[in-house]
Design a protein. Structure first.
Lengths: 463, 1025
């Protein structure tokens, strides 16, 4: 391989003219949806409908419709919550942390990843409400002044969750919207449709692409990125506290916060890759979301996979090293007990299979990478299953040990959450530019001045 | 104004510059001045003439307005909506709203007639407890007694007399018509027999009713039966000693108890008394009198679980065992027991110790044979007790009394044959269910077809009522009058505590109506008056009481018992007739499979099968709920190639039964143990599809006894039937989970010798847990009361009385088999059972587990809405209204004692069975009825604590720990549960908390529980193991 590391990688292939970029990106917004789109959305909305029915059954009859029992008080509800919060981590990481680190390749994928974050957090945010026994009282979790003098219990990690997730959602949404403003302006300028023009005008907030706007915009974007960065770490840290602060063996572990964050980024990136593979193909933007992007993301998947693997092995090590027999039993029970299949699914999907990404060819092969990232998502779902269910089902008193089996309603709600997620994604691809037009223009060949002058914008015309 | 007037007189029309309101005034216009002298302007008052006004005074007007408003309001309300709370118009003298009243009565659940106290609130009974004045039960009752209150409110109790119509269905009718028809039938019976089939009669007055009935209708014959009875014991006693009065046992004085296939702590006989006396010998502070229990049995029973040494032996080999023991003791030979031991693979150490203990404890050792064993075993045991001095433990001052002996097999057979020959005019099922209970080969149900009138008196429909022409509802025990005599020395009194809920009648009153020959003679007090007359004329004079009868009678009802002194002590001493032993049939062939039929721990002989609480009470050994099953050993299961839940088919002669299997550790090989009382048909919603009717295996003449059937064939039937258990079936996991409870210090035990040598053995080697916490310690509750509980595991037998009492006290819902199988049972306290050691000869440990009310409760800090908090008196509280149901507390509870309402179980279970209007009456009004989505758990009966506190405040005295008794504590026969104020240095609980054998479960978690467990001591030595 002869890679010249002194040169930056090409972010947008083929040097398309700027107008062409606008046209390609906003094309889906200008066209009527085709048959494939309708098929796709009817599938996802059917899934969503199944989920809605199952949630309806749960609300009407009670949590008894699920497989939860004594001692497994938490199962699919919280697994799905943690899973979706995890998925929601990639977006902010890509848009905020990679932005602060000046990773130019993020521009092509940031918009989509952020949207994904928001949708995933919406999915996640529903579960804590759905999983309560009396969802109509979920408002009790919010501290509001009342004449009973009743407050939430600030010692409880579930209260911290409420704050963490809602803050994360708010900041992500604002960050996403701020990034969208220049693109709304571009769309406003392009469209001839009156309704669209009005809407875009409202949302673009009078953006005129002026120098001053850009200056403010860049500052604001930078500040928001700075605000969002700690959130990437805090949200899943707080989520992990739900487990880490409990006394249950297998939960009560100090490694949980970093290990959960790594896992979240891992699953988030895997989900981004899963979606982008289809997106770039369907919308013919392979030159904007290039193989280099996917390659980079696969590298992160590989890196986080090993962090997660380190977490798994460290848990085992600490169980042995601590000499705590409850802890030792839990980990032996995970690996060799009745739920060993779930544990080994998790290990193979999360640690073993992603090792294939060491090979460059595999990192750049669409079918193989798709296969791997789907497995990563499966594995990360199982990680939460293993943590939650296998720890609970055999904890301290052997008299209370019991197996957990999900019901159809459990599976329906899981399916429904995917339905909700993909329905939102599909609607998003039709209503908003999936790639940030403004940012991509800044990274095309010659958009920025360079030391040797070779990247100067003049050269584009010269070619 | 007067000033103005003066002004006019002084200077005419002079402007007043100082102050004016109008020009007229300013210029002192005389017209204005004039008008200003009148209060009203001219003309305004012209019309005012009081005489012209209507005659309506203001008072009257207001009265009318008020009245019409009231009328309008009254007219608009729907006064049919009477609401729920109606104050008494005439308040009964003794009732104070909100204060419970207790009435003494007698339990009618079985023939042991325990004394009960029925707690009533505003006229409805809500809880049954034991009557402390009763000399036998001494304030305690069994699970069935506690659960009897649920049967009172069973919505499926019959509400009307019914008659089978031409279409074959039962039609509702009325008492007058039914009475007239039946009186007609009885009168026209003539020579033909009128058979009354009843359970054991224990009431002297009821016996008199039957006698009167016989006098009126001479062809009447009374047959009484019990599915489980002591007939074998009684008949052999007659043979050995020449008297029918089998003596009771002084369990409390025994040093060594050898129980042969007898569940005397579980289902057999005087369970309540046996248990109490036995547990006196299990006091860790009185090691000198600590007893040692050997149990020789086929299947693991409750008694076997609590034994110090357990020898598993198939029931048909018991005779061989007793004979070789006799041989050994009589001849001092060492061979016969050894041969026996090796034949049945019994560890020689156990047998040697047994011999040693028998020889060393002469006069303090008793051998007790189970009631299901055949006569020859009982005869041999009678002799054995003579040999080893067991006779010293026979009780001669207190003897069982039989009002009416049970009918024997021959009598029942003769009834069936006369029925078949058409010689029976009528059969009256007197609150009995012979179609279900009598052995199948009696063909009783078939014979009933030849009887023109079959009359069933019953509480709710049953197998016998379904083949009857007349089905008449009888009163529940709590709606009835009665008396009972089960021992010498006292009578138990029964009084109704509620007006009959339905249009039912007391069964004795029904007979009295028929005796009178007039349907109109019935009134509510018919039997009441009859009983009073009987007492006044026949019993009261014997007692030579100093009180006049009315005082005596009221006192008797108040106390629930009449102590008579030994005016009726029968002769129990008899000389042992050695020929009874020498003459016994010594042949015993032991081969193939043997079936042992046992009484159910929960539903009794089937009478309680429609009782949800009892069905949901986990079996004390297997923890299986809502079903019976065939217990077999692991080896037998391998031979049959079945696993737990697989169906097997048992064939004995022409009788066949298909039943699921449960592999029971400690079960003897080739022994199949099945509990009876299940598999009811036509018994109600709850009992539908519960269990399998194994009564059909019983035969009137085959088998070693009615309950031990040999020569059966067993094969795998194919298919399976899921059994539901509250504890998982993973008792034998190898390696990681083996003996987990011991390894985790959940169960801590020792032996008596160990404790004698080193009283601190339990604490040795364990480190003191450091009391470090992020949160302020609750140990700071030093002032006032701090509640704590202690459970003495030496005394806890695992019977489940506490569980049922808790159901009743705390309004716990029944969830049903399907939910129990999912692990969603709602019991606030449970008895955990752990096996340890060799899976074939397991040691069993039990532990009552309930909310530990930890000082550092892990549940409290995880609840996001602060729905579970700590009270100043050390309770871990649950605020239902605040709970949103995140179940985080339950996950974080190391003891897993929290229970979540996954559904609204009252609605979810059997189409809202528990929401029917009658059922609702059972609820304890002091305890919130929880709905779905809410977490709940043991509250240490906080309602009782609050009541005691209110009383203390009213009486202006400090609250004492001994003022409160929790429902479980009250129910515990063996007094294993202690409760009180740990801050009171003189309290009993304080003694237990600082006991050398005291420990906390999961101490190293530093949860600081307020429930102390007193470690179990096993009276064993090394060789026993």
């Amino acid at each position: 391989m002869d890679i010249d590391y002194s040169k930056e990688l090409v972010q947008v292939e083929g040097n398309p003219p700027l107008a062409e970029l606008d046209r390609v990106i906003s094309l889906p917004l200008d066209q009527k949806p085709n048959k494939n789109f309708l098929i796709a959305i009817s599938i996802t909305s059917t899934m969503l409908l199944i989920g809605v029915i199952c949630v309806g059954l749960t609300f009407y009859y009670g949590i008894g419709m699920w497989g939860n029992n004594q001692p497994v008080g938490w199962a699919f509800g919280i697994i799905n919550f943690v899973f979706w919060v995890g998925i929601g981590h990639a977006g902010t990481l890509i848009s905020a942390i990679l932005f602060l680190l000046r990773q130019k390749w993020r521009t092509g994928i940031a918009r989509f990843a952020e949207a994904m974050t928001i949708f995933a957090v919406i999915c996640a945010g529903l579960f804590p409400i759905i999983h309560t026994g009396r969802p109509w009282l979920a408002g009790y979790l919010i501290p509001y002044p009342n004449d009973h003098g009743l407050w939430v219990n600030f010692n409880s990690p579930l209260v911290w969750d409420v704050f963490a997730v809602s803050t994360y959602f708010t900041v992500s949404l604002v960050f996403w919207y701020v990034g969208l403003i220049p693109d709304f302006a571009t769309l406003r300028d392009r469209t001839t449709d009156k309704i669209k023009k009005t809407l875009y005008s409202i949302f673009s907030m009078g953006w005129r692409h002026s120098n001053r706007h850009w200056q403010h915009y860049e500052k604001a974007y930078m500040i928001l990125a700075g605000l969002a960065t700690p959130l990437v770490l805090s949200v899943h840290t707080v989520v992990s506290f739900d487990f880490a602060t409990a006394v249950v063996p297998g939960w009560h572990t100090t490694i949980f916060p970093p290990y959960f964050v790594a896992g979240a980024i891992f699953s988030g990136f895997a989900m981004v890759v899963t979606c982008l593979v289809f997106l770039r193909k369907v919308f013919h933007i392979e030159h904007i979301i290039t193989m280099n992007h996917l390659d980079n993301m696969n590298k992160i998947v590989l890196a986080t996979s090993m962090m997660v693997g380190y977490g798994y092995s460290m848990e085992l090590f600490m169980a042995w090293y601590s000499g705590n027999h409850f802890e030792q039993f839990v980990f032996l029970n995970r690996a060799f007990g009745p739920y060993a299949w779930a544990y080994w699914t998790m290990i193979s999907c999360n640690v073993l299979i992603p090792q294939l990404f060491w090979i460059r060819k595999i990192r750049r092969s669409i079918p193989v990478m798709l296969f791997i990232v789907v497995f990563v998502n499966v594995g990360m779902w199982f990680e939460r299953f293993v943590i939650i269910v296998t720890s609970l089902h055999r904890d301290f008193l052997p008299s209370s040990w019991r197996m957990y089996t999900p019901t159809l309603v459990d599976l329906g709600i899981l399916l429904g959450s995917f339905g909700l997620f993909f329905t939102l994604i599909l609607l998003f691809t039709r209503t908003l530019p999936v790639v940030s037009m403004a940012e991509v223009k800044a990274v095309i060949h010659g958009a920025q001045p360079s030391h040797d002058g070779s990247n100067h914008i003049q050269q584009i015309g010269g070619e | 104004m007067s000033d103005n007037k003066d002004m006019i007189s002084k200077d005419d029309m002079k402007p007043d510059p100082d102050y004016w309101r109008s020009f007229e005034e300013l210029y002192n216009d005389p017209a204005f001045i004039e008008s200003s002298h009148h209060e009203f302007k001219e003309g305004v008052t012209d019309d005012f003439n009081p005489g012209n006004l209507s005659g309506l005074s203001r008072r009257k007007f207001l009265a009318l307005v008020g009245a019409s408003a009231a009328l309008a309001a009254a007219g608009c309300t729907n006064y049919r909506d009477k609401g729920d709370i109606i104050p008494y118009v005439h308040k009964p003298e003794e009732i104070t709203l909100g204060k419970p009243l207790s009435y003494a009565s007698t339990c009618t659940g079985c023939s042991h007639a325990c004394g009960i106290l029925v707690k009533t609130r505003e006229g409805r009974p809500i809880k049954i407890d034991g009557n402390p004045d009763n000399p036998v039960s001494k304030g305690k009752i069994c699970t069935k007694g506690h659960a009897d209150i649920l049967s009172l409110y069973d919505p499926e109790k019959l509400s009307q007399p019914m008659k089978r119509g031409n279409g074959g269905g039962l039609d509702k009718t009325d008492w007058v018509r039914v009475d007239n028809e039946i009186i007609g039938i009885l009168k026209s019976a003539g020579e033909k027999e009128i058979a009354i089939v009843t359970h054991k009669i224990i009431s002297p007055t009821a016996k008199k009713v039957l006698d009167d009935f016989k006098a009126k209708y001479p062809s009447v014959k009374v047959y009484s039966y019990e599915l489980f009875n002591e007939q074998n014991r009684l008949s052999t006693w007659q043979k050995s000693y020449g008297t029918p009065n089998y003596p009771l046992i002084k369990w409390n004085e025994a040093k060594v108890i050898i129980s042969l296939e007898s569940d005397f702590l579980g289902t057999e006989g005087n369970k309540v008394e046996n248990t109490r006396l036995y547990s006196e010998g299990r006091n860790v502070d009185d090691l000198k009198n600590f007893n040692k229990l050997y149990v020789v049995e086929g299947n693991m029973s409750l008694t076997g679980m609590n034994s110090d040494v357990r020898i598993k032996l198939r029931p048909d080999a018991q005779f061989e065992f007793v004979m070789s023991l006799i041989d050994e003791l009589r001849n001092n030979s060492v061979s016969s027991l050894k041969t026996f031991g090796s034949k049945y693979a019994i560890p020689p150490g156990k047998l040697n110790n047994l011999l040693k203990d028998i020889r060393e404890n002469k006069g303090k050792v008793i051998v007790y044979a189970g009631r299901t064993l055949p006569e020859n075993v009982h005869l041999a045991v009678n002799y054995l007790n003579e040999l080893i001095g067991g006779t010293a433990l026979y009780r001669t001052d207190f003897v069982e009394y039989s009002v009416l002996p049970l009918s024997n097999k021959e009598e029942i057979e003769s009834l069936v044959s006369s029925m078949n020959r058409g010689k029976v005019a009528a059969v009256i099922h007197y609150d009995s269910n012979p179609v279900f209970h009598l052995p199948a080969d009696n063909k009783y149900a078939n014979a009933l077809k030849n009887v023109p009138a079959v009359i069933t008196l019953c509480l709710s429909e049953n197998e016998s009522s379904s083949v009857s022409q007349y089905v008449l509802p009888v009163n529940h025990g709590l709606e009835s009058w009665g008396d009972a005599k089960i021992r010498n020395g006292f009578y138990s009194m029964q009084q109704p505590v509620i007006y009959p809920i339905h249009n039912s009648r007391q069964k004795e009153a029904i007979l009295l109506t028929w005796i009178s020959g007039k349907a109109s003679s019935y009134n509510l007090d018919l039997y009441h008056n009859y009983m009073m007359d009987n007492w006044k004329n026949n019993i009261y004079p014997l007692l030579k009481s100093k009180l006049n009868f009315e005082q005596f009678w009221n006192g008797a009802l108040h106390d629930g018992v009449v102590i008579t002194g030994n005016i009726d002590l029968p002769n129990v001493s008899g000389q042992f007739n050695s020929s009874s032993f020498s003459g016994i049939n010594k042949s015993s062939a032991v081969s193939g499979f043997v079936v042992a039929l046992k009484e159910s721990y929960s539903v009794g002989d089937g009478r309680y099968s429609n009782n949800g609480w009892l069905n949901e009470l986990p079996h004390p050994v297997s923890k299986i709920v809502w079903d019976n099953y065939a217990s077999i050993s692991r080896k037998t299961s391998k031979e049959l190639n079945v696993r737990t839940n697989d169906l097997i088919e048992i064939t004995s002669g022409s009788r066949k039964l298909t039943i699921p299997v449960n592999i029971q550790p400690g079960c003897a090989d080739n022994t199949i143990t099945i509990e009876l009382g299940f598999g009811r048909t036509n018994a109600g919603t709850i009992s539908d599809g519960v269990g399998f009717n194994a009564n059909i295996l019983q035969s009137k003449d085959e088998g070693l006894s009615s309950w031990i059937i040999t020569n059966v064939e067993v094969r795998k039937a194919g298919g399976s039937y899921p059994l539901a258990a509250t504890q998982e079936f993973h008792a034998f996991d190898k390696g990681r989970t083996k003996d987990a409870a011991q390894k985790r210090n959940i169960i801590r035990e020792g032996t008596v010798d160990e404790y004698k040598k080193n009283p601190d053995f339990l604490k040795a080697g364990s480190e003191e847990v450091e009391n470090k916490s992020l949160y302020p310690p609750y140990d700071e509750i030093k002032k006032g009361v701090k509640w704590a509980m202690a459970v003495d595991l030496n005394k806890c037998l695992g019977c489940g009385e506490c569980v049922i009492s808790c159901y009743s006290e705390n309004n716990i819902p029944v969830v049903g088999k399907e939910q129990a199988a999912k692990g969603r049972d709602m019991q606030w306290l449970r008895v955990d059972r752990y096996y340890s050691g060799d899976p074939e000869e397991p040691k069993v440990s039990q532990q009552l587990m309930l909310c530990q009310h930890c000082d550092h409760a892990p549940c409290e800090n995880v609840c996001p809405v602060a729905a579970t908090t700590h009270s100043p008196d050390g309770l871990n509280q649950m605020v239902y209204n605040r709970c949103v149901g995140t179940r985080y507390c339950s996950n974080n509870c190391p003891y897993k004692v929290r229970r979540f309402n996954y559904f609204n179980y009252r609605d979810h279970f059997n189409d809202g069975y528990q929401q029917s209007p009658v059922f609702n009456l059972i609820f304890n009004p002091e305890v919130t009825v929880r709905s779905r989505g809410v977490m709940e758990k043991c509250t240490f009966c906080v309602q009782r604590i609050m009541e005691a506190r209110e009383d203390a405040i009213r009486d202006e005295r400090p609250l004492k720990g001994s003022d409160v008794k929790t429902a479980c504590q009250e129910a515990c026969i063996t007094t294993a549960i202690h409760f009180g104020d740990m801050n009171d240095p003189s309290s009993e609980i304080n003694k237990f908390r600082n006991h050398k054998l005291g420990y906390y479960v999961l101490e190293d978690l530093n949860t600081r529980p307020n429930v102390t467990y007193i470690a179990k001591l096993r009276n064993t030595d090394k060789e026993d193991a």
